[in-house]
Design a protein around this ligand. Structure first.
Ligand code: HMG
Ligand code: MG
Length: 298
């Protein structure tokens, strides 16, 4: 990998917590995000404004967003599925949103109860309103190399959706390996294809670590010039509609990797480790971050 500066998008409070079946108290979520704000992270995805019937864990979205300390130099994007979600996010003053599309029909149906195309139309409606309100808009694509329902996904499909989301007005597209099946070779194929429609500056990589390939896949993305990586402190995460999918690459492990490469992230690893411990204790489960396990001193 050759990158010099990498921006980490911390998705623990959203991707991380959405998969927890036991409801985490709002106070804990707020403290979690406030502590993350003190680690040097520049982007922290705070919550999602999805249907509470679908993801009960995120039903305190308005309270969480209203109560967190919003450090002016930090961006706190929120995940939005439709105009209804955008309206509630606007009601609490969200400044940045993330929309999400799927590269597979099976996952689109399970995750958003619609086809890929209907999902893109919903996103267009969200983006059109968000642009009028001067929001920054990030786009996600799920199942970039594989889908739990449809299997292998063609890179050209992902490239096409990337182009569509950029045309809508997303400033960056985060490519999601939702179920962590990607390998160096499938990632390379995918990125070569997507980079025929855009530049690395418009892309981010979002790897789940289900098969232990997340760090390697991030490295592959860095080799293609991508300089934004999503991760979750303590390796929390997963998608309730992708059965068996585990957490994102752990932020501690990612920072350790980048430190080793001499790549600047601005993130203080020791502080991050403390936050990883805090949330693991709150969830009563051991951290999934190897670096956290190795470096944490009681
Ligand atoms: P639906 O059931 O087809 O929609 O769900 P609906 O319009 O018929 O609404 C059903 C009920 O939900 C209604 O309530 C709506 O009002 C309510 P009722 O009238 O029955 O009382 N509702 C809402 N409530 C609050 N906020 C809203 C909202 N919208 C509807 N925004 C829908 C369609 C898209 C809403 C649903 O499927 C949904 O919320 N899906 C989101 C699932 C989710 O959060 N998945 C995880 C995030 S994506 C992810 O993790 C992948 C990512 O990390 C990248 C990667 O790893 O690949 C980003
Ligand atoms: Mg995810």
């Amino acid at each position: 990998a050759t990158a010099t500066d990498v921006r980490i998008v911390e998705v623990g409070p959203r991707d991380g917590l959405q998969n927890e079946t036991v409801i985490v108290p709002t106070d804990v979520k707020v403290e979690f995000i406030n502590r993350l704000s003190e680690t040097g992270l520049k982007t922290i995805e705070a919550t999602s404004f999805v249907s509470a019937k679908w993801v009960p864990q995120m039903s305190d979205n308005t309270q969480v967003y209203s109560r967190i300390n919003k450090v002016p130099s930090i961006s706190y994007p929120v995940l939005i599925p439709n105009v209804k979600g955008l309206e509630s996010a606007l009601s609490v003053g969200a400044k940045e949103i993330a929309v999400f599309a799927s590269a597979s029909e099976g996952f689109a149906r399970k995750n958003t109860n619609c086809t890929i195309e209907e999902g893109l139309q919903r996103i267009k409606d969200v983006v059109d309103l968000a642009k009028k309100r001067d929001l920054k808009i990030r786009g996600y694509i799920s199942c970039i190399v594989g889908c739990p329902y449809d299997g292998y996904i063609k890179p050209s499909v992902v490239a096409k959706i990337t182009e569509t989301l950029l045309d809508f007005g997303c400033y960056e597209i985060s490519l999601g390996d939702t179920i962590g099946v990607g390998t160096i070779n499938t990632m390379k194929d995918l990125l070569k294809n997507v980079l025929t429609v855009t530049s690395p500056a418009k892309l981010a990589i979002h790897c789940h670590d289900t098969y232990g390939q997340a760090l390697v896949n991030v490295c592959t993305a860095l080799d293609f010039g991508i300089k934004v990586a999503d991760s979750s402190v303590s390796g929390l995460g997963g998608c309730p509609y992708a059965k068996g999918a585990t957490g994102n690459v752990a932020t501690e492990d990612l920072v350790y990797l980048l430190n080793g490469l001499g790549v600047n992230t601005g993130v203080d690893l020791n502080r991050l480790i403390e936050v990883g411990q805090f949330i693991s204790e709150a969830l009563k489960k051991p951290t999934s971050s190897k670096v956290n396990k190795a470096l944490y001193k009681n």
